[in-house]
Ligand binder design. Structure first.
Ligand code: PLP
Length: 403
């Protein structure tokens, strides 16, 4: 060895933070002391005993046995793209198969789109709290996430005046996560229409992250693109959440029919060529999912609702916590009444070390660290959750009263 000098990494990596996984390093340290950690940090239903529907597994297995083990075209196999196009069209957003792209999860669709839209210095409007992939990818691109407020005192609805005020000539896209991670909020139709109208008038892309659309407690959320088929809307979803197969990395994006999106679509396809294709056999599960039996969603949503009610009943009792009832998915964003000078990270790390419960601090989702927000994933069984909430409420009392 001629030198032991460490090899330099790019400065962009510094801005690329993804707290949901970064915090696992802390959990490993706690595990090394012999304490069991209860992982409530990642929104993955599989470790909590939920199962991928057998007909999707059969479709992937058949694809492999039938020899579909080579690269596919970079936009994905025809059968999957047609299924996506038919599904969107039947739900009121007319999409032709050449405007449907099969991606490695919702994540890759988001990354391809931001890559196609944002140069260094460009701005993208992102909600706070946000799903952190958006800010991480923008940091990598050297583009700027501009945060618009969603308001916990108004059921975590977006502040439309804030969105309007923040749109500038540098804005390239408006990100809307509805149903929302991390808050569990679902927006009413009037709010959705107002957001679409703002993007439409500013001639920017509305990136509709609809990965939790089928997991709304009051029935599937209507598509943004169905409300305004000619607005510049791109929708993202996947097999990860509503089809219980997050590890497969099977996702899709649907580009609205507006001609204003044609260049963006071409740019996305060009970028997609460079990564060859998303995992091939899993693409064969997309048609099976979108055309097949969806009864698992009814039982999954029933289970989620049960856990959401339990969460509100238990955390709502604590005088140290405030909590807005989620309306979809498996996340809730409580607020601990922080003593002065303490941060959300102090609370979350203290909770981890004292009880083994791993949550993610709100500042990992772009919230101010002194506001005391944190995210809980409530996928564990009701009995397990109940025990977890005993410890959480007890620790919150200890943390707040020690001030
Ligand atoms: C709002 C949101 N968007 C995108 C993703 C990424 O999902 P996928 O597994 O489809 O890439 C997640 C995952 O938790 C999410 O919560």
């Amino acid at each position: 060895m001629l030198t032991s000098t460490s090899i330099r990494v790019s400065a962009r990596v510094r801005g690329f933070t993804y707290a949901i996984r970064n915090i696992v390093a802390e959990a490993r340290k706690v595990e090394a002391t012999g304490r069991k950690v209860r992982y409530l940090n990642i929104g993955d239903p599989i470790p909590f005993g939920f199962h991928t529907p057998p007909h999707l597994i059969a479709a992937v297995e058949k694809a492999m046995r039938d020899g579909h083990n080579g690269y596919t075209s970079s936009v994905g196999v025809e059968e999957a793209r047609t299924a996506v196009a038919d599904d969107y069209t039947s739900r009121g957003m007319p999409v032709s198969p050449d405007r449907a792209i099969i991606t490695s999860g919702t994540s890759e669709g988001i990354e391809l789109t931001l890559g196609a839209l944002a140069d260094a210095g460009d701005e993208v409007l992102v909600p706070t709290p946000t799903y952190p992939l958006y800010t991480a990818v923008l940091a990598k691109l050297g583009a700027r996430a501009v945060f618009y407020r969603t308001d916990p005192s108004n059921h975590w609805q977006p502040d439309l005046d804030d969105v309007k005020r923040l749109i500038s000539p540098a804005t390239r896209a408006l990100v809307v996560i509805d149903p929302n991670n991390p808050t569990g909020a679902v927006y009413p139709e009037a709010t959705r229409r107002a957001l679409i109208d703002l993007a439409d008038r500013a001639n920017i892309v509305l990136m509709a992250d609809e990965v939790y659309g089928d997991l709304a407690f009051d029935g599937p959320a209507p598509l943004y693109g169905a409300l305004a088929p000619d607005a510049p809307i791109i929708s993202y979803s996947s097999l990860s959440k509503a089809y219980l197969a997050p590890g497969w990395r099977g996702g899709w994006m649907a580009v609205g029919r507006s001609e204003r999106l044609n260049e963006v679509l071409a740019a996305i396809k060009k970028l997609a060529d460079g990564r060859l294709c998303s995992p091939g056999p899993m693409q064969y599960a997309v048609a099976a999912a979108l055309r097949g039996d969806r009864s698992h969603q009814t039982s999954f949503v029933r289970e989620l609702r049960l856990r959401a009610d339990l969460t509100m009943a238990r955390l709502g009792q604590s005088r140290d916590l405030k909590c807005v009832a989620p309306q979809a998915a498996f996340y809730v964003m409580p607020q601990v009444l922080l003593p002065p000078g303490r941060t959300d990270e102090d609370f979350v790390l203290g909770l981890l070390r004292d009880t083994g419960i791993l949550c993610v601090y709100g500042s990992g989702f772009g919230m101010p660290a002194d506001q005391g927000f944190f995210r809980v994933v409530y996928l564990a069984s009701p009995d397990e959750l109940s025990a977890i909430y005993d410890d959480l409420v007890r620790y919150a009392r200890h943390f707040v009263s020690r001030a």
